[in-house]
Design a protein. Structure first.
Length: 133
């Protein structure tokens, strides 16, 4: 007795179909970035008004921009967030120096978002752009 398998669908599902919009996971991450960005930016504007650091205002704007670009399925979201992440690293180093334990609370959440963005790359790359007329 021999077993036969239908492999005709396996090849079709292995090839990724082009998308017109990013998947729901990418959009969910985009909206989370927008919401977190709004909270951080509003707090950052208040901090700037009090004479404090500009970091939170700029990071909040970067997160909002990242979320909008993610919702449109743009790879530019990753590049913008990399700028935010590197800015966060520079700010954290300026604030606490090489103290590892002081760096952890400043860098964990931004790094988790970066990892999630990296996981979104295959879906974002499948989004087909319509030509602008």
């Amino acid at each position: 007795m021999t077993a036969t398998y239908d492999t005709s669908r396996a090849g079709a599902s292995a090839r990724a179909e082009p998308l017109t919009h990013p998947g729901w996971g990418v959009r969910l991450l985009g909206w989370i970035c927008v919401l977190f960005g709004l909270v951080i930016a509003i707090g950052g504007v208040w901090l700037i008004a009090l004479g404090g650091s500009w970091y939170y205002g700029l990071a909040g704007l970067g997160l909002i921009g990242t979320g909008i670009l993610l919702n449109h399925g743009r790879m530019a979201a990753l590049w913008l967030y990399l700028v935010v992440w590197i800015g966060t690293l520079v700010w954290a180093w300026w604030e606490v120096g090489a103290d590892w334990w002081a760096q952890v609370p400043r860098m964990v959440a931004p790094t988790v978002i970066l990892v999630l963005l990296l996981l979104c790359i295959p879906n974002i790359r499948r989004v087909v752009r319509r030509p602008a007329y």
